[in-house]
Design a protein around this ligand. Structure first.
Ligand SMILES: C[S@@+](CC[C@H](N)C(=O)[O-])C[C@H]1O[C@@H](n2cnc3c(N)ncnc32)[C@H](O)[C@@H]1O
Length: 267
């Protein structure tokens, strides 16, 4: 990682004023209170912000007036700005000597294409820093009262993409996933929930295994649907669940009801 050696001091403006620098910043899963102190500090010094769809508006409000705001949000099945163009934009703005913040939902290195952007910056010799974010994979279940590990139910977790699980273009081996961990967390899986549940059952997982789907977790619109792998498709349909949502499969998913704590408005 390039940067200030993790000192946490706000050298960003002066550093980047000379050379230009890109910050790959995680904005967290939705609740603005989950933004890290480092991310807030970087945002306050931003000159250009290249941001995604799942970034909360109040986090965008922390950016100084006059900063250039570039929306490159991606909708499910519709990439509004191709990834190559986003990467080109980061390089171009950094070459102008700007403090560039690439702001992403959750964590930039977990299904955020932050790795590809970092690779491009390295090959162009551009300074960059990674600011990890609170990932939806962990925080969204937590806001639904679901701990991913628990001494009685789970000592391992697999995080997997469900993106296009149903159309055969990306081959996730659901049988292998079913055997790989006690808790399975699926991102980008709502539209393929049926194929995912079938894949897990065909792969050997009991249809009685608890499952939960959490839509817009950590926000005031959070919706939680619980069931089993055998019933979750029907439950999600009845509940009108839409993306973005996190799917949790495994014994811990049954704890959601008992440990439910998140209420809106918060006190
Ligand atoms: C492209 S991935 C990005 C993940 C992100 N980098 C992270 O660490 O959370 C987008 C997926 O994250 C999940 N997600 C992000 N924010 C969410 C939220 N507030 N509630 C439920 N799921 C969310 C959904 O599965 C969504 O389809």
């Amino acid at each position: 990682m390039n940067g200030d050696g993790g000192s946490g001091t706000a050298k960003t403006e002066s550093e980047a004023g000379r050379k230009g620098k890109v910050f790959l910043v995680g904005a967290g899963p939705g609740d603005p209170g989950l933004l890290t102190l480092r991310a807030a500090e970087i945002l306050k010094g931003a000159e250009v912000v290249v941001y995604d769809r799942l970034v909360n508006a109040s986090i965008l409000g922390m950016v100084p007036e006059g900063a250039e705001m570039l929306y490159v949000g991606k909708m499910p099945r519709r990439h509004e700005v191709p990834q190559e163009e986003i990467t080109k934009l980061l390089i171009e703005k950094a070459r102008e000597g700007k403090v560039v913040v690439r702001l992403k939902g959750g964590d930039p290195f977990l299904f955020g294409r932050g790795g590809e952007e970092a690779e491009a910056l390295v090959s162009e010799g551009i300074d960059f820093e990674v600011v990890p974010g609170v990932t939806s994979a962990i925080a969204v279940p937590a806001y639904a009262g679901i701990p991913l590990t628990h001494r009685d139910y789970s000592s391992s977790v697999t995080i997997v993409t469900g993106h296009r699980a149903g159309d055969g273009t990306r081959s996730v081996d659901w049988g292998k996933i079913a055997r790989s961990a006690d808790t399975i967390v699926v991102l980008m899986g709502v539209e393929s929930l049926d194929a995912i549940a079938r894949g897990l059952i065909d792969g050997g997982l009991s249809p009685e295994t608890p499952a939960a789907v959490i839509e817009k977790g950590t926000t005031e619109d959070q919706k939680v649907v619980v069931g089993t792998v055998g019933t979750i498709v029907q439950r999600a349909r009845e509940g009108g669940v839409e993306p973005p949502a996190v799917i949790v499969v495994g014994g811990v998913a049954a704890l959601g009801g008992k440990l439910s704590w998140f209420k809106v408005p918060r006190r």
